[in-house]
Design a binder for this molecule. Sequence first.
Ligand code: FAD
Length: 469
Amino acid sequence: MLDAVVVGAGPNGLTAAVELARRGFSVAVFEARGTVGGGSRTEELTLPGFRHDPCAAAHPLAINSPAFRALPLERYGLEWLHAELPMAHPFPDGTAAVLSRSVGETAASLGPRDAGTYRRLVEPFLPKWDTLVRDFMSLPLTALPRDPVTLARFGLVGLPPSTLLMRRFRDEPAKALFAGLVAHVMAPLGGFATGAIGLVFALSAHARGWPVPRGGSQAISDALAAHLRDLGGSVHTDYEVKRLDDLPPARAYVFDTSPTALARIAGFGDHYAGYRYGPGAFKIDYALDGPVPWTAKEARVAGTVQVGANRAEIGTALRAASREGRAPDKPFMITVQPSVVDPTRAPAGKHVFWAYGHVPHGWTGDLTDAIERQLERFAPGFRDRVLARATAGPPELAARNANYVGGDIASGAVSGLQLLLRPKLTLFPYHTPHPAVFICSSATPPGPGVHGMSGHNAAKAVWKRLRQT
Ligand SMILES: Cc1cc2nc3c(=O)[nH]c(=O)nc-3n(C[C@H](O)[C@H](O)[C@H](O)COP(=O)(O)OP(=O)(O)OC[C@H]3O[C@@H](n4cnc5c(N)ncnc54)[C@H](O)[C@@H]3O)c2cc1C
């Protein structure tokens, strides 16, 4: 009998498996797709030689993750590449706010009236970032905070809605940049604790940047899987689990799946019926004939580019998708251009480019035209550079990965208490009604993103149980 079986080889499933194998437990992973990685994969989606990330591409959370930093992933080929700027937020007049590694450069790009406010917001947390991120990502209560005072101060600033925090800023560049940071997790700007989301992304950039892995996000997953094999674990792909009986006997089962799928597979009835899913994404992967012709020079050297003219436009786009059930006319977009820094991603002189906007849950329309009209405002001539595109709306995203229910790439709404307490209001989020069954996906704290911390936290719950029995 195995000690643990993990269902799903996303970043959280693989991290949970590695953490258990490192402690001497026998582990096997079963993955529905033909390759490991879940939301951290790389594929030739368009033309030969163009290597796209169908899901995650930029990695502020991975490089800052306490779980990943404790693993020898570089030994298994993971190499971080940093663009000149982690992120730029261009405006239609050709100027841009930037999120730089340097607090000073970032503050200066926000204009004289907001530079000091920005410094006062982020500087107190930076010296304590490593402890803060560990405490923040281990919530709720899977470990006592190491620095409760800093965590409490962070909570005072971050727990109110981001709209309140943005009132500290006087001018549009700072407001738009911060609103865009909150929108990375598809959260409504006025929601509880959304200030914390914006702050985490800003602090991540100053602490370690927003890099891309050489060769694409698959490198993170391949490194985790290779480390797992070296530790004696096994990985079985093309193996979709539909019932618990599909799995070999084990002392513990750990699910890197949506709560809905887990309830179906393990027969938990309506245990997770109260779990809410959020809006969907419409994603386009582009093969380009050259770099994106951004008007703002800062955007040309940034790994990630946020596209939204101002805070109001970003808020309108988020509201349309999350509250009004319609696709936005001017979508707010996160875009990533990995080949600015990684020539292995496309043939010489060509580029891969990635963009997504928010749409209602389960939306079946086509956002391509709205996305490209929006891009043309900030990068005139963009359409002329397109060699090929691969589009994926909510149905396609859900078909690629069962965890993205209705196209919700956060595997559950990041709003209300569910932002922090997911998948249920409980102090033991990784436990389920069955004592041998656990959940470790991004539907558990600390939520979406490639960081492995849900897997890391869940593994602690699993090994405590295994040692007891
Ligand atoms: C378009 C898009 C862009 C994103 N951009 C970023 C980004 O830039 N940076 C970032 O940090 N995050 C990003 N994310 C989010 C990130 O990809 C996810 O939050 C992260 O992958 C979640 O990890 P996970 O291990 O919880 O689940 P997943 O990565 O979703 O992995 C779950 C795995 O379980 C498998 N599985 C599910 N059900 C079964 C079953 N029944 N049997 C067997 N296997 C099963 C799936 O096939 C999948 O491989 C993005 C996501 C998307 C979709």
